[in-house]
Design a binder for this molecule. Sequence first.
Ligand SMILES: [Fe+2]
Ligand SMILES: [Fe+2]
Length: 207
Amino acid sequence: MQQDRLLCAADTALRTLFATPRANQPSPAAGIEEADLSAAEKKLSGAYMRVNHVGEVCAQALYTAQAMVTKDERLREHLLEAAQEEMDHLAWTHQRLQALGERPSLLNPLWFAGAFLIGTVAAKVSDRASLGFVEETENQVSAHLQSHLDRLPPQDAASLAVVAQMKDDEERHAAAAVDAGAIPVPPPAKALMRVAAKVMTTTAHYI
Ligand SMILES: [Fe+2]
Ligand SMILES: [Fe+2]
């Protein structure tokens, strides 16, 4: 059983890092015409989408790690379901990167490994702590997505549509974690998570 779960986690790692992600749901950008962006605007949109793509790489790592550790089958199903929605986000942000002529972060293996480790630690504490960690992560991500909605070039409607849908989904994921019994993350851990996120987003903007 544990071996199956390990294999499932390894499979997710390889697919997240090395395969072209495939979405179940069509991208919110589908059917929106590409805006005529200047080189600088394209670079800026690309940088934001790279940051968001890194976030989704980490989401795969977190949810997979937590699903691997929990002994509660229902919770495991719930986490894997959320991971599937995050896979849509991974695919959509990947598509935006391609459309903008930008590449994913070169440090994705590192981000995945770090997030996987943190997810495993949170899950080892308890299921409810693990869910608390999901809630806080999703809240921080949705705040971050809101800042992108304010800063993306306003004519880049395709990227804006993707970010807006992701923000809705992340808020739903946070609420679902609360419904499933999340206990709030203690303030020092929240502060630490913010610092880690800052390092990741600042680096991913460029690399
Ligand atoms: Fe996501
Ligand atoms: Fe999410």
